[in-house]
Design a protein around this ligand. Structure first.
Ligand SMILES: [Zn+2]
Length: 79
């Protein structure tokens, strides 16, 4: 995945907008909470998106790869 965009739930999100990704499912005890058991992905626009464990893992993988940058081997292929 070379694009800095990641599909989370039904939204394409630029990786650089992500501030943090929850390690554990959300629990706040509010009776009307809509996100119980979901993983929160915090965005830098004072908003969050919510996903399941699989989506959370994809987000973390995408961020990890993006933070590490392209490997030297991939660079050589392109040039
Ligand atoms: Zn809640």
């Amino acid at each position: 995945m070379d694009s800095p965009l990641l599909k989370i739930d039904d939204k394409w999100v630029p990786l650089y907008r992500i501030v943090w990704v929850a390690d554990v499912p959300h629990f706040c005890g509010e009776p009307d909470c809509m996100h119980e058991g979901e993983y929160e992905i915090r965005l830098d626009v004072d908003d969050s998106i919510w996903t399941n464990g699989e989506g959370r893992d994809e987000a973390v993988q995408g961020l990890t790869k993006w933070c590490n940058g392209p490997s030297p081997g991939e660079d050589e292929k392109q040039w």
